[in-house]
Design a protein around this ligand. Structure first.
Ligand code: SF4
Ligand code: SF4
Ligand code: SF4
Length: 336
């Protein structure tokens, strides 16, 4: 068995800036046919997200290991159906603003951004970056009738043979995270490739390297003492999203702490996080509460001036610590 690359997003540091989304977009999906694709998306939670209501579309495996055929998201649910009035803007002598052409859109990639949930003053939201999880049990691979999907041995990435892919979209139905897109020009599926040409040269994926919040980590799942290994397997503060879908994702999240709740009289309710723990457990499983307790314990230690390996890792005093073995500068590399 080969090695498995994994990523961690610290949701306490993600500022929802979409740099990761755009870094991926300009690198991999700026061609004709891929215009509406966002292999990396950052939505606010709670929210309906991208594609709209993706969390209830189904896919993955049931508790008995049977694969579940989910819903195939439509272009409208992805929110990529709008045409823009580019020509009017170019041709107009007056100031015509860029906007949708024809029917008003009903959804878009960040349609419900920053809405969140809860009643003021206890309203809340947080950002959730999502890419393909390069799952250990990838339902997309099993579902493909053309044997186009495979798991690459050296990095554990789930990739697609574009020659074999016939655009059946069974992978998109099977993926419970709804992270498979359709190339309208080539008529084949597309999804995050884990930036494998960069990994091959020791360079971190664009979404990780360019994150200004330093919220993203990359490394191997091996017990190699790297940040990913420590956060996932030793400190157990980085958790998979919707583990109950049973695809064993290799993208992990440090769940968000939140401000304390406010009582009706305006006083602070010390110790009660504004984000309900039930909600976080619905996303990250029952270990979410323990992970938050670990974070709070370690933060208290640092406030007392005591050392904390966990907080040192999460803070990352040198930013290349986030990149694990993929810390080479892409500017120094000759790309073929
Ligand atoms: Fe969050 Fe980093 Fe992406 Fe910005 S670039 S949205 S901070 S993960
Ligand atoms: Fe496949 Fe979806 Fe898992 Fe990616 S996230 S490996 S597309 S099942
Ligand atoms: Fe895009 Fe690379 Fe990040 Fe995948 S790993 S979302 S291909 S930038």
């Amino acid at each position: 068995m080969g090695r498995q690359v994994a990523m961690v997003f610290d949701l306490n540091k993600c500022i929802g800036c979409q740099t990761c989304s755009v870094a991926c977009k300009v690198l991999w999906t700026n061609e004709n046919g891929k215009r509406d694709m966002w292999w990396c998306t950052v939505n606010t939670q709670p929210g309906r997200g991208t594609p709209r209501d993706w969390e209830s579309m189904g896919g993955g495996y049931d508790a008995n290991g049977n694969r579940i055929d989910g819903h195939l998201p439509t272009a409208e649910e992805f929110g990529g159906t709008s045409e823009y009035n580019w020509q009017s803007v170019y041709a107009s002598a007056q100031k015509t603003h860029l906007g949708p052409k024809g029917a008003a859109p009903t959804w878009a990639m960040n349609w419900d951004e920053d809405q969140g949930a809860g009643e003021y003053p206890n309203s809340y939201f947080f950002y959730l970056p999502r890419i393909c999880n390069h799952c250990t049990r990838p339902a997309c691979v099993e579902a493909c009738p053309n044997e186009a999907m495979y798991k690459r041995d050296d990095f554990g990435l789930v990739l697609r043979d574009e020659v074999r892919c016939q655009g059946a979209q069974e992978c998109a139905r099977a993926c419970p995270y709804k992270k498979v897109y359709f190339d309208q020009a080539a008529k084949i599926g597309n999804h995050c490739i884990g930036c494998f040409p960069r990994l091959e040269k020791g360079v971190a994926p664009a979404c990780v390297r360019q994150c200004p919040g330093r919220a993203a980590f990359i490394g191997y799942r091996d017990r190699d003492g790297g940040a990913v290994n420590k956060l996932v397997d030793e400190w157990e503060v980085a958790l998979p999203l919707h583990p109950e879908w049973n695809t064993e994702p290799n993208v992990f999240y440090v769940p968000p702490l939140s401000p304390f709740a406010v009582r009706p009289d305006g006083s602070i309710e010390e110790g009660r996080q504004r984000i309900p723990k039930e909600y976080l457990e619905s996303l990250f499983g029952p270990r979410a509460t323990t992970a938050l307790q670990t974070l709070e314990t370690e933060m208290a230690k640092r406030r007392r001036g005591e050392p904390s390996e966990l907080l040192d890792i999460l803070i990352g005093y040198r930013w290349t610590e986030f990149l694990g073995p993929f810390d080479r500068d892409p500017a120094e590399i000759v790309w073929n």
